[in-house]
Ligand binder design. Sequence first.
Ligand SMILES: Cc1cc2nc3c(=O)[nH]c(=O)nc-3n(C[C@H](O)[C@H](O)[C@H](O)COP(=O)(O)O)c2cc1C
Length: 217
Amino acid sequence: MQFEKVVRKRRSVRKFADRPVDTDLIKEVVMFAQRSPSWVNSQPWQVYCASGNSLAEIKRRYQQNDDQGVPTNPDLAVMSREQWAPQEQANMKQWGHQIVHHFPDFATAHATMTNASQSLYNSPVILFITIPKDSPDWSIFDAGAFTQTLLLTATNRGLGSIVTYNSVRYPAVLHQVLTVPNDQRFIVGVSLGYVADEPINHFRSDRVALNKLLHFR
Ligand SMILES: Cc1cc2nc3c(=O)[nH]c(=O)nc-3n(C[C@H](O)[C@H](O)[C@H](O)COP(=O)(O)O)c2cc1C
């Protein structure tokens, strides 16, 4: 696929079809992501691929934690909206407004988003990206670059994707189910799969005007 088309086509998928993803395709996507740049080529990322029974167990334990009101405890701290800088707060507010108005009414929007989130988007595969706990902030940057290459490669190969905090909000569950060493920390989960033809997947997020971020001096 033409590169610009790939960039435009990538968007967050919040409902995947009931169709598995071939293991060779997953390997290929991760191999391309390895071409990402990193500080002194440190390549700090590890990828733990959950599908089938392991992913079902993660979903079951997340649901159990939610039902019991277990507080979420992601390895990267979550900041309350009010603590963010004003422009970013405004961007997030705008996104929330637009996604709600994508649906016929608030109740439908709320129910659809809650279901998407609780079912982990019906993902057939989640790639959990970790870096060592003993890493500088630069490694988080590198993991981000790795993730973006992964997302674009997935798009190029006909796969839908979404990167989520939601899938890494209970790291203790992930350490146990995926037998991830305790010296690793979870950055994000990347769901991969085939896109279901559902209204939630027809939503397109917008972007701020270029002059709000590009400053010629
Ligand atoms: C680090 C990170 C975490 C995210 N976590 C979630 C999440 O937990 N749930 C969700 O629905 N979307 C999540 N997203 C997706 C963003 O909402 C999405 O990328 C943004 O709205 C732009 O839309 P687009 O990806 O369709 O272009 C996350 C994105 C990033 C980069």
